[in-house]
Design a protein around this ligand. Structure first.
Ligand code: UT7
Length: 339
């Protein structure tokens, strides 16, 4: 048994993001390549989704491998050593194994202390926001000091590559943040608004392979272990719920939409982002958008975009950032961060 030498720190005033990192596998799959494999076209995919290409991890490149790359970059950015992390949360719907949690594999590969708490969160595309809120609450309790929060997916392994209505949408990647305490009020994670519409499970789900429908040779043949989505219904709900969630959190904090410096939305479809911008009456250039290069990477989407936004100089100290997500569950969430 490892001895727990965790000292009980005082509860911090706020929790801040100390560093960000991301990783995208080198393999690029373009719309032109997809068009050669199935009845689709670059024109259809770009017009309906804004996606031009996506990254696909290689067979030897696991979810935990991608998570480790993103986490190492976030730790370097935060100037923290793995030994200083006492909490690791991995948001993913594509764990390396059904059991145990991918967080445990990431812990071992990164060399985090054996006294660090490690677990996974499954909230699909909203997973990173659920994990971030959990980490901030745990640090806010004063019982944990530095958390690694990772959103990572290898969606290429759960996509039906014969279904053109879904396979063109998804990609692989990872993003990570390091969260820690701060004595400064009014900075860091100002608040979150999480929720779920659980009566809509079958709009976006994987029917087979769980305890309700264990894998059989027949279920494998029928492709029951791949993503099924009613795209039109999901689209409409995504726009409505992300707009409402953004409005709710702004209202909670007495803020107007035009006070947000940068919105980092879940990157599912450019048309969804355009609709939200229109409803919030914000110019599209207030949004950070990279869906064209990565497609929908579910839990990885927001932390990957957040890291790229920071590196592109789109987020500076003092700025107010709004994160907003929506995904299978159907889960949703928004978060406000003052840098
Ligand atoms: O992370 C959150 C979860 N996911 C989402 O947020 C995705 C939400 N939904 C969407 O983004 C959109 O609904 C899609 C991009 C999935 C689809 O766009 P749409 O404008 O709703 O198209 P549709 O499903 O109504 O399909 C229109 C037509 C259909 O043909 P018919 O029935 O009109 O003859 C489809 O069969 O486009 C056809 N189609 C395609 N054609 C070429 C569907 N997929 C493709 C394709 N290439 N890849």
């Amino acid at each position: 048994m490892p001895s727990s030498s965790r000292a009980k720190p005082a509860a911090p005033v706020s929790t801040v993001i100390l560093g960000t990192g991301s990783f995208a596998p080198a393999g690029v799959l373009t719309n032109a390549e997809l068009s050669q494999r199935m009845d689709t076209s670059d024109e259809w995919i770009v017009t309906r989704t804004g996606i031009r290409e996506r990254r696909i991890a290689g067979p030897g490149e696991s979810t935990s491998d991608m998570a480790v790359q993103a986490a190492a970059a976030a730790l370097a950015d935060a100037k923290l050593a793995p030994a200083e992390i006492d909490l690791l949360i991995v948001a993913t719907i594509t764990p390396d194994l059904t059991m145990p949690a991918t967080a445990c594999m990431v812990q071992a590969k990164l060399g985090l202390p054996t006294t660090a708490a490690c677990f996974d969160v499954n909230a699909a595309c909203s997973g990173f926001l659920y994990a971030l809120d959990t980490a901030c609450a745990m640090i806010g309790s004063g019982r944990y000091r530095h958390a690694l929060v990772i959103g990572v997916e290898k969606l290429s392994t759960i996509v039906d590559w014969t279904d053109r209505t879904t396979c063109v949408l998804f990609g692989d990647g990872a993003g990570a943040v390091v969260v820690g305490p701060s004595s400064k009020p009014d900075v860091g994670l100002l608040g979150t608004r999480l929720g779920a519409l659980g009566e809509n499970v079958e709009l976006l789900y994987i029917p087979g392979g769980g305890s309700a429908a264990p894998a059989t040779p027949e279920s494998l043949k029928a492709g029951a272990h791949t993503i099924k989505m009613k795209g039109k219904e999901v689209f409409k709900l995504a726009v409505r719920v992300m707009e409402e969630s953004a409005r709710d959190i702004l209202e909670q904090h007495g803020l107007r939409a035009d006070q947000i410096d940068c919105v980092v939305p879940h990157q599912a479809n450019l048309r969804i982002i355009e609709a939200i911008a229109q409803y919030l009456e914000l110019p599209l250039d207030r949004f950070f958008i990279n869906v064209g290069r990565y497609g929908n990477t579910s839990a990885a989407s927001i932390p990957l975009a957040l890291d790229e936004a920071r590196r592109a100089g789109r987020i500076k100290n003092g700025d107010l950032t709004l994160l907003v997500a929506f995904g299978a569950g159907l889960t949703y969430g928004s978060a406000l961060i003052r840098w």
